[in-house]
Design a protein around this ligand. Structure first.
Ligand SMILES: Cc1cc2nc3c(=O)[nH]c(=O)nc-3n(C[C@H](O)[C@H](O)[C@H](O)COP(=O)(O)OP(=O)(O)OC[C@H]3O[C@@H](n4cnc5c(N)ncnc54)[C@H](O)[C@@H]3O)c2cc1C
Length: 425
């Protein structure tokens, strides 16, 4: 059976119509962009726009946004799931049981999928959102080996997806693993939609979730001026704007450089005395060279102000707690995050105090495996405290939080998966 996901997403042109500050339109744009789908975004402001673009007379009477699919079908106010379904991307598992299930299709999960399937392991890759994970939101990755000019995260992920599909991986998009149990050398995972997935081994590559600012109005302005992550799909909409980016690390730095190409001015808000020491040298140099970029240090966002969408933010100078209110319609929050490991909380998988999955030698205490470990051998390098259950990428305790390391982890997990599958034949 041909996996629907094997066709290139790029050959399907979609048109999206909607109002400027629609949260759903943002969600759809973000999903399409991360999935490398060619699309036009057409903003509708008046009945005349509506008549001209859609042949419908009254703007207020339309359920927006409207998506026009490549075959001309119109979807009114569709969910991302509905849209993905219409584009043929939600597939059903082909097998009742797989040799390997991988949760998370970021760089670690994609790499594991490519290596596992290319080595003949029956593999299913489960992703709750779009392919690419955090890397998929990056406008330009410049430090990944083999791409001297840099590559957009979404394009890199799409190439990996095609490679995985070529080797026969089943990819299930918009499915989220929420619970797991380990019985008879099998992992049984329950998905958010109630379905179950059974596999002999599994790799958790669920990465990290963006941290929030912890402000009262965050939910109200989410995707209506306030965005978590670099929001690469929004860059075009930043023309002529004064954009603020919160964060002092690599992802914030990249976002600033990208937005600076479109925005009138970009202010990077850093809580401490300057960008993080971990920021790559090339990025700090790039930031310093951009005339429309400024770095405001000792700064934190105190409140978000607006009616239907964000219009102003209040900033505090952390040295003397003085405050000022500034106009902006675009605030991007890139302050790292916490691991996606809620699903593991009722399992014997050991997590550290921040929720990262502990693996291999880090599980040992005085050279001894934890009490819950049932085998005479020690856990393999990337194996969690449950035999056959591995962790790769940012979700792993002690991980480096870099694309190449996530890809390396994914590939390495496959070697251990082989050993584990042989042991439990
Ligand atoms: C904007 C930005 C720019 C970056 N730029 C660079 C760079 O230039 N160079 C570099 O080396 N690194 C960069 N990084 C860091 C790099 O992207 C990460 O280290 C890398 O993506 C980690 O990969 P991962 O697969 O471990 O996790 P993630 O990328 O976080 O992917 C995890 C995936 O798991 C999915 N998921 C989570 N929970 C579940 C669940 N329960 N069920 C199913 N799926 C689930 C998520 O939706 C996500 O797709 C950047 C990060 C960001 C945010």
């Amino acid at each position: 059976m041909k996996n629907e996901a094997s066709t290139s997403h790029a050959d399907r042109h979609v048109r999206l119509f909607g109002r400027e500050n629609s949260a759903l339109a943002y969600e759809i744009r973000d999903f399409l962009r991360r999935s490398v789908v060619d699309f036009d975004w057409i903003e509708l402001q008046s009945n005349a726009d509506c008549q001209r673009e859609l042949g419908l007379p009254v703007l207020d009477e339309i359920r927006m946004p409207v998506v026009v699919l490549p075959d001309g079908e119109r979807l009114f106010e569709p969910s991302v799931r509905e849209l993905a379904h219409k584009l043929g991307w939600i597939t059903q598992p082909r097998l009742k049981e797989y040799e390997l299930s991988i949760y998370g299709a970021g760089p670690a999960g994609l790499s594991a999928a490519v290596y596992a399937a290319s080595e003949g392991i029956q593999t299913v890759l489960i992703e709750r959102s779009a392919i690419g994970g955090q890397a998929g939101t990056s406008s330009l990755i410049e430090n990944y080996m083999g791409y001297p000019e840099g590559i957009s995260g979404a394009e890199l992920a799409e190439r990996a997806r095609q490679q995985a599909v070529k080797f026969g991986v089943d990819i299930l998009l918009l499915r989220e693993g929420i619970k797991a149990e380990f019985v008879n050398n099998r992992i049984r995972a329950v998905m958010a939609d109630g379905t179950q997935m059974v596999a002999r081994a599994n790799i958790c590559a669920t990465g990290v979730e963006y941290a929030k600012l912890d402000l009262a109005e965050e939910d109200r302005f989410l995707r209506k001026g306030l965005y978590y992550g670099a929001g690469a799909s929004e860059a075009q909409m930043c023309k002529g704007e004064h954009v603020f980016v919160v964060g002092g690390g690599n992802s914030a730095g990249q976002a600033v450089v990208h937005f600076a190409k479109y925005a009138k001015r970009v202010t990077m808000l850093v809580r401490g005395h300057g960008p993080k020491a971990s920021m790559s040298k090339y990025l700090s140099e790039r930031l310093a060279s951009l005339s429309n970029v400024e770095i405001q240090v000792n700064a934190s966002v105190q409140s978000l102000i607006g009616e239907d969408c964000l219009r102003q933010i209040t900033l505090q100078d952390n040295r003397d707690e003085s405050q000022q209110t500034v106009d902006t319609r675009k605030l991007f929050v890139c302050i790292g995050g916490k691991p996606n490991t809620e699903w593991a909380k009722d399992t014997p998988i050991i997590r550290d105090d921040q929720g990262y999955l502990i693996t291999g030698p880090d599980l040992l205490n005085d050279g001894k495996a934890p009490e819950c470990w049932p085998l005479s051998r020690m856990p393999y390098f990337l194996e969690t405290s449950v035999p056959g259950s591995f962790a790769a990428g940012d979700v792993r305790h002690g991980s480096v939080k870099r694309l190449a390391s996530a890809v390396g982890d994914g590939a390495m997990c496959v070697t251990f998966t082989h050993r584990y599958l042989r042991e439990t034949m």
